[in-house]
Design a protein around this ligand. Structure first.
Ligand code: SAM
Length: 204
């Protein structure tokens, strides 16, 4: 009964159906499209690092925007089915690991124009725990962005709301000239997630 309800909810979801119809690997693809059309984070020819990339919806959207001249590197704990483009690579890697920034730098042709992160912890259902784990992943993403972005580069990261959200936002503000938190239309209303958009990396 419960499973049946869940199935119905999934089938009824507009972005879920649209992703199936348009050949995107996740409904999350529409979140990136909506954020990018408003904030212009990714442009043609860019080098993009996508943290927590599986199953690959954001990789597809990023590749479409950067085109043939750009480069996209996806990173995830899980294997991502390869995309049929020479300029999209994926790495199996824990973004919390000490070695992550160096491993990533070895795979990209030059410092990145944009780092995007949709990394999510396994949901426990306990709001506070999920929030803290999400902030840990967001901090790991910020650390990687700080080591891999070119000066002036852009950053996008998902964070679940909770008590440490404001502190995290301040940490991002210190490193970028423009920072804003946003929730795209494709993000479920009942989800506690929002996205931090940051532009103009101030390299130290
Ligand atoms: C919501 S999914 C990302 C969806 C993706 N943006 C898309 O459009 O297909 C979150 C991903 O974060 C990954 N993840 C969670 N913790 C991670 C970690 N420590 N290092 C790397 N990836 C991680 C998960 O394996 C999962 O694939």
């Amino acid at each position: 009964m419960k499973g049946n309800r869940k199935w119905k909810k999934g089938k009824a979801d507009y972005y879920y159906s649209l992703a199936k119809k348009e050949g995107y690997r996740s409904r999350a693809a529409y979140k990136l499209m909506q954020i990018n059309s408003k904030y212009k984070l990714i442009r043609r020819g860019d080098v993009v690092i996508d943290l927590g990339c599986a199953p690959g919806g954001w990789l597809q959207v990023s590749r479409r925007i950067v085109g043939r001249e750009g480069f996209v590197l996806g990173v995830d704990l899980q294997k991502t089915d390869p995309l049929p483009y020479e300029n999209v690579k994926t790495l199996i890697l824990d973004i919390n690991s000490e070695e992550a920034p160096e491993r990533i730098l070895m795979e990209i042709p030059r410092k990145a124009d944009v780092v995007i992160s949709d990394a999510s912890p396994k949901i426990s259902g306990i709001w506070e725990i999920d929030h803290l784990k999400s902030v840990d992943l967001a901090r790991a993403s910020l650390k990687i962005a700080s080591k891999t972005l070119k000066p002036g580069g852009n950053f996008l990261v998902k964070v679940f709301h909770g008590k440490d959200f404001k502190d995290f936002l301040l940490e991002v503000k210190e490193k970028f000239s423009f920072t804003k938190s946003t929730k795209p239309k494709a993000s479920r209303k009942d989800s506690s997630e929002s996205y931090v958009v940051a532009k103009g990396f101030k390299s130290s």
